[in-house]
Design a binder for this molecule. Sequence first.
Ligand SMILES: Nc1nc2c(c(=O)[nH]1)N[C@@H](CNc1ccc(C(=O)N[C@@H](CCC(=O)N[C@@H](CCC(=O)N[C@@H](CCC(=O)O)C(=O)O)C(=O)O)C(=O)O)cc1)CN2
Ligand code: MET
Ligand SMILES: [Zn+2]
Length: 762
Amino acid sequence: MTTVTNLGFPRMGTRRELKPALEAYWHDDTKCASLLDTAKQLRRRHWTLQREAGAQVVPCNDFSLYDHVLDTAYMLDAIPERYRALADADPLAGYFALARGAQRDDVDLHALEMTKWFDTNYHYIVPELHAAQTFRLRTHKPVEEFLEAKAQGIDARPVLLGPVSFLLLSKTIDGSDRLALLDRLLPVYAELLGKLKDAGANWVQIDEPCLVLDQDMDDHVAYRTAYRVLAQIPRPKLLLTTYFGALDDNLALASQLLVDGLHVDLVRAPNQLDDVLDALPRQHVLSLGVVDGRNIWRTDLDHVLPLIKRAHARIGGERLQLAPSCSLLHIPIDVSLETELSSELRSWLSFGRQKIEELRTLRDALKSANALAALEDARQRQVSRRQSSDVHRPDVIARVDALNAKDAQRASPYLTRRDAQRKRFTLPLFPTTTIGSFPQTKDVREARAKYKSGKLQHADYEAFLQEQTQQCIRFQEEIGLDVLVHGEFERNDMVEYFGEQLDGFAFTKHGWVQSYGSRCVKPPIIYGDVQRPAPMTVRWSAYAQSLTSRPMKGMLTGPVTVLQWSFVRDDQPRSATCCQLALALRDEVLDLQAAGIGIIQIDEPALREGLPLRRKEWASYLDWAVECFRVTASGVADDTQIHTHMCYSEFNDIIEAVAAMDADVISIETSRSRMALLDAFVRFHYPNEIGPGVYDIHSPRVPGIEEMVTLLEKATAVLGPEQLWVNPDCGLKTRGWPETYDALQALVEAAHIMRQRVAVVA
Ligand SMILES: Nc1nc2c(c(=O)[nH]1)N[C@@H](CNc1ccc(C(=O)N[C@@H](CCC(=O)N[C@@H](CCC(=O)N[C@@H](CCC(=O)O)C(=O)O)C(=O)O)C(=O)O)cc1)CN2
Ligand code: MET
Ligand SMILES: [Zn+2]
């Protein structure tokens, strides 16, 4: 009979219980037992919840105290030498040191790199390997979590990150070939699988998400080798699990690997079903990802049921499993907690629990007529969404339709604008600025929490924010920054803040999704046509400008980033929604200009992560993404200076698109790479101005003046001094005031030194 399964569950808890437990332990390591106890309770609660919702197979080892890639590296003992003493003495402290670094007594360890998990807003820790890397089983976490579930009467299916994806998601520090380590890695996977079998596991979900990427011949050989070796040992059955896209040209390979079943993503890639059915070996189990693990909409069951029936007719119920498209890590847990949403909107939504319930309905619909009522209910929800006048706004559609090429084009070419702007602002060489946010201290967050819960009056909250903004501006003036910012104290998050003010958006109370470690975001939900009922940032920017005679930079989040970090409607192309956002933000840009704000920054840190996973789809994405940015930015006069900001980006592949954005100034993150990320701009002869970050804001460490001067010298060696700005890598919201004060003072001093050096040469 067809089985309802799940591939992974959020870890943080419906009330983010894991977050304070983690942060308490990081602050005070005597809280260790309490952290582990919270974690155990969460696992138990989540297994029970999934069973109650209808999952017959629930995952284990999907839980993590920080990140599952880090767990895998740690388990395999793939930890760099510098952490080893600490990890041996105190395994938990060693584990977190890899993720967060450690400074105490005689220990000073920096953290491993963190990067985006495929095209999600989740970040994983990048394992750091080298040519002489060896592996062994350092922990038995998957076995322990399997036994923990078993003790609770649950026969869970352990999740492992597969050996090939593990290597492909890692990096080597010596430039050696990651896949060359496979031979050494496989015996450890074999040992682990043997132990899982001994513990009683019948099946293991082995994730190889890299199978949806462009993979070359070497990668293919690695998959073949891996699963041939793992076929030769006594082990549980393996469900080879792929998600976030189509197998496409990797399908033949995936179906030939010596495993026992295959999971495919039919949400992102519904069209692959027939090919998958054709390729599937006769004994294989097939797991169909039919509800969207990446988004929060209820599934159109009438659309999905025929797919399932087709598979059922071909392979029968025994070999068929129904699942979310991917782990539910990327969505919140339970929509029934969102009592403040309108009941109509809520009826369109499905969070983790509801996704599993939908799978149960589908399973029931396959086998009996009893599910008719549930199907009809689901149908009504779709109809109500399709017909809602809240969703569909003819005036918005008309405005998008009326867009033309001129709307995406500044009035004059860059050099003309540059002259107009130089006349207007008379900035020195190496102008200094920051990226927008200043420390979001506990005070700021507490005041907002009190205001939102009604414990702080509106006027008092306003006065508090004004006070913060004033202090921030005084501080910037004192240390001598050239272009100021207001500090973003009024914003909870750079995306949520805008979502809260736009029509077509809804926001949740408990819809937290893990971004990295204990840090979460609450992505807004774009459910309808987007419109801006009133200016969003003008009041704070104008207030800030009124406090200083220096230029105040307006601060907006760009359309692509708002899109990328929200839950986006699935009833029209993402590009259409992005276009609506671009128009709403264009109006904001124009209102800022009208209010006298002459410099406006439009942040697009997520532009690059929105790139499709397959290269053949890049061009069409970049076309509309850049176009949307330009629609937002292009309405202004020549002497209004448009900045953009992109952090965590590798620019080599997309430099043409970045240039096509035609921002007058772009700030980027370059300090960790010691300016290496600048190479693309140099090679491309990027014509506009650039602020390469000279201060790594991800660490409390304060960079010295000379260190920043050295970075600026490097930049000046390859770009003209008149092209360069001086700024940190990103906003300062996660920093504290003391280090911010010292670091920015040093940054201004570094710019002074550069000005003198250039003047002497001239
Ligand atoms: N959307 C988004 N995605 C992003 C980024 C980003 O800035 N935004 N940056 C990159 C890195 N990701 C990050 C993600 C989250 C955080 C972060 O600091 N998150 C905060 C929550 C931020 C927030 O929304 N805060 C709200 C709510 C704060 C809160 O939890 N309030 C408590 C009470 C707090 C108190 O009394 O101290 C409550 O409501 O219970 C606010 O400031 O208003 C956290 O997890 O701690 C930082 C970086 C990539 N993706
Ligand atoms: C993740 S990019 C952040 C940009 C934003 N203006 C800030 O300074 O926080
Ligand atoms: Zn940034």
